[in-house]
Design a protein around this ligand. Structure first.
Ligand code: SAM
Length: 289
């Protein structure tokens, strides 16, 4: 079968179906076979795996996934792409199911239970950038059994996911991602690898889920309320950001005492704290609530 990674074949399919790109769905299709191969390698797909692909588009990456995995489930929101996938580009494969649904509305836990007996799956996607964070955080927070998530995201978002305290990119997203997974940037991908070209650079990031969280906290939702409040007012000291934020429910004195106990400066900012330190702070403040 002619690979869709070749732009000539992609254009042929698009013309055949008179397909019109929908900007609102973040449609930028991959047209570079090297990038496709890198994604498959980074995801470490084997014939034992069930793979969930989010947003197959015309099926460019799906074809690679079908060749390498045991079973592929591809979830696509745009109904105009469904006949292209089922009648044409994926018609030769019997190990793929295409679901016409919004990924944010799908019960993925149920899907994994039914299709993979609840065993961990792999998630692969060239993500629609307008919903990168809700998709990734949704997968983490609903505790879907997942081994790894290998996704194309905006370069800037990949940097934020991977950054450490003290870096300008470090923030609530870095802490949230690193609480659930170990990030690794597998490739930087220029704009000319897509059709149409996006306005931003892209990167492939693999998130390998932790078997055990790297920190133990009594209430992780409380810890993430503290994290969000700290970075909402990035230029303020941690004491001011936390005690000004009604959602944390903590007073200035309590934060000062906790910082003293942790031997941290009373004028420290949230951006200097590691995940371990946010966890410790969360435990100390919870005791004082
Ligand atoms: N995988 C294809 C590729 O690499 O060429 C297409 C990637 S394109 C960046 C993102 C795809 O996600 C589009 O096909 C788009 O229609 C689809 N999409 C957008 N929002 C979605 C949602 N909420 N649920 C499922 N698919 C979605």
């Amino acid at each position: 079968m002619a690979t869709l990674g070749d732009p000539k074949n992609t254009i042929e399919i698009l013309n055949k179906y008179h397909f019109v790109f929908q900007k609102k769905f973040g449609q930028n299709f991959l047209i570079d076979t090297h990038v496709l191969e890198k994604i498959i390698r980074a995801a470490d797909i084997t014939k034992d795996d069930m793979v969930l692909e989010i947003g197959p588009g015309i099926g460019t990456m799906t074809q690679y996934l079908c060749e390498n995995a045991r079973e592929v489930v591809a979830v696509e929101i745009d109904k105009n792409l469904i006949p292209i996938l089922t009648e044409d580009t994926l018609a030769a494969y019997d190990n793929v199911t295409v679901i016409n649904e919004d990924i944010l509305k799908l019960d993925i836990n149920r899907l994994v239970e039914e299709r993979n007996g609840g065993r961990p799956i792999k998630v692969v996607a060239n993500l629609p950038y307008y919903i990168t964070t809700p998709i990734i955080m949704g997968l983490f927070e609903s505790h879907v059994p997942i081994e790894n998530i290998t996704v194309m995201v905006q370069k800037e978002v990949a940097d934020r996911m991977q950054s450490e305290p003290g870096s300008k990119d470090y923030g609530a997203l870095s802490l949230a991602v690193q609480y659930y997974a170990e990030p690794y940037i597998a490739a930087n991908v220029p704009q000319n690898c897509f059709m149409p070209r996006p306005n931003v650079g892209s990167a492939v990031i693999r998130l390998t889920l932790h078997k055990e969280p790297p920190v133990k906290v009594t209430d992780d939702r409380f810890m993430f309320r503290l994290v969000r409040a700290s970075f909402n007012q990035r230029r303020k000291t941690l004491v001011n950001s936390l005690s000004n934020a009604p959602e944390t429910g903590v007073g200035k004195e309590a934060v000062l005492e906790a910082l003293e106990q942790m031997q941290l400066s009373p004028t420290i900012r949230g951006e200097a704290l590691s995940l371990q330190e946010f966890a410790q702070l969360s435990e100390l403040l919870l005791q004082r609530k």
